[in-house]
Design a binder for this molecule. Structure first.
Ligand SMILES: O=C(O)CCC(=O)C(=O)O
Ligand SMILES: [Fe+2]
Length: 343
C-alpha cells in the first residue's frame, strides 16, 4: 500500500494502486500474488479507516470528464426545467432530480445546500430522464462501468476477509447492472452551488440570496447505507472524513483517484469487521461550486443481510426494507416505511 507523505493533509487515507486488477484486465490474467496483496491492503484500510483512494482503476478519464460535463449541463438549466424531473418520493428505486432543501441528515438542522440527480439503468421512471442529448445513455454506461470497479473491490474484500467463498459479495451484487427493481445501486450527480455572503433564505433557486442558513452545510455528517461507495470529486475540496480519534480531517481531491468507502450494510454484514465511517462536506470554499459523482453500491434488493461470522450481533434484515427506512429518515421517501421481518 502506498504511503505518500507528500500528500499533506490527506495522507492519512491510504492510496491503493489496483493496476494489477483494474477493470480492463481479465480476471484470469491477474497474478494470484498481486491479488492477495491487494486484498490485504484493501482489507487493512477498510477495517480501520473505512476509506481509501483507489488509483489506476481503469475507468477512462474522458468517461469521467464527460459525466461531469453532463452534470454541469443538467444543473445549469433553469429551476423550472429541473423541477419537471423531480424524483418521486414513493420508491427507493426511483430516479430524478432532488432539489436543494430536500435531503437532510439531521432533522434539527436545515437540509443540505446541494442538488442532485439520481440515475439507475432500466428505470421504470423513464419520464424523469432530462432532455439532454446522450444524457441517459452516457449516465447508464457510466453506472455499468462503476459497477465493474465495484465488483472488483467486492472480490478483494471477500478475499481479504478470508471468506470460504471469496465471490460471496460479488454474487450478492450480481444484479447491480440489471435494473432498479432488482438492485438499487444509484449513480448520483451532485452539485453544491456557489454561495454569496448574505443572509440565507433557505429558498435557493427561487431567489438570488444564497448564503447558508445557520447550521446549514453542503452535506451533513452521515454514513452511507449500502455496501460501498465510489466517489469522484472535482478539485474544490470540502469532503471531510472522521478519523479513528473522532475528529474530522479533509479527504483532499487527488487527481486520477476515486475515493472508496465502506457503507453501513457492509459493516453489519461483517459484524463490524469493516468500518462505515462518518463523513461530510463542509463549505470550505463556498464561493466556488462543488461537483461530485457518487456511485452507491447496494446488495441485490432481495438480499437478507446477516452477520457472516455466524454471530447474532445484528438481527437479519432485508436490504430493501433497511434502505427504505434510511430514505424515509432523510427526506427522500414519504410514508411510514417500516422495517419489518427479515424474510
Ligand atoms: O459530495 C461528496 O463528496 C460526498 C457526498 C456524500 O458523502 C454522499 O452524498 O453520501
Ligand atoms: Fe456519503
Amino acid at each position: 500500500m502506498a504511503t505518500d507523505h507528500d500528500r499533506g493533509d490527506c495522507s492519512w487515507i491510504p492510496i491503493v494502486d489496483i493496476k494489477a486488477f483494474d477493470i480492463t484486465k481479465e480476471e484470469n490474467e491477474v497474478d494470484r500474488k498481486d491479488l492477495e496483496k491487494l486484498a490485504n491492503d484493501v482489507f487493512k484500510a477498510f477495517s480501520t479507516i473505512g476509506f481509501v483512494y483507489v488509483k489506476n482503476h481503469g475507468i477512462p478519464q474522458d468517461q469521467i470528464d464527460n459525466i461531469f460535463r453532463l452534470s454541469d449541463e443538467f444543473f445549469a438549466q433553469p429551476q423550472e426545467t429541473k423541477d419537471k424531473f423531480v424524483r418521486p418520493m414513493s420508491d427507493p428505486a426511483a430516479i430524478g432530480y432532488i432539489p436543494i432543501g430536500r435531503e437532510y441528515f439531521d432533522a434539527n438542522k436545515p437540509a443540505d445546500l446541494k442538488e442532485s440527480f439520481d440515475a439507475v439503468p432500466g428505470s421504470e421512471y423513464s419520464q424523469y430522464w432530462p432532455n439532454i442529448p446522450n444524457f441517459e445513455e452516457d449516465v447508464v454506461k457510466f453506472h455499468r462501468t462503476c459497477a465493474k470497479l465495484g465488483l472488483r473491490l467486492l472480490k478483494l474484500i471477500g478475499m481479504g476477509l478470508g471468506l470460504e467463498d471469496s465471490e460471496f459479495f460479488v454474487k450478492a451484487h450480481e444484479k447491480i447492472s440489471s435494473r432498479a427493481s432488482n438492485n438499487t445501486a444509484i449513480l448520483r450527480l451532485l452539485h453544491y452551488p456557489p454561495v454569496k455572503d448574505g443572509e440565507g433564505t433557505g429558498n435557493y433557486g427561487k431567489t438570488n440570496e444564497y448564503d447558508f442558513l445557520p447550521e446549514q452545510t453542503r452535506c451533513g455528517e452521515h454514513t452511507d447505507y449500502g455496501s460501498m461507495t465510489l466517489l469522484f470529486q472535482d478539485d474544490t475540496g470540502g469532503l471531510e472524513v472522521q478519523t479513528v480519534n473522532g475528529e474530522f480531517k479533509p479527504a483532499t481531491p487527488i487527481p486520477g483517484t476515486v475515493v472508496v468507502n465502506i457503507a453501513d450494510m457492509m459493516q453489519r454484514w461483517t459484524a463490524d469487521g469493516l468500518k462505515s465511517t462518518p463523513h461530510r462536506v463542509v463549505p470550505s470554499n463556498k464561493r466556488k461550486a462543488r461537483r461530485s459523482v457518487i456511485y452507491f453500491i447496494d446488495p441485490d434488493r432481495s438480499t437478507i443481510v446477516r452477520p457472516l461470522d455466524g454471530s447474532n450481533k445484528y438481527p437479519p434484515i432485508s436490504y430493501v426494507n433497511y434502505l427504505s427506512q434510511r430514505f424515509a429518515d432523510t427526506g427522500m421517501l414519504e410514508g411510514n416505511e417500516v422495517i419489518n421481518t427479515a424474510a
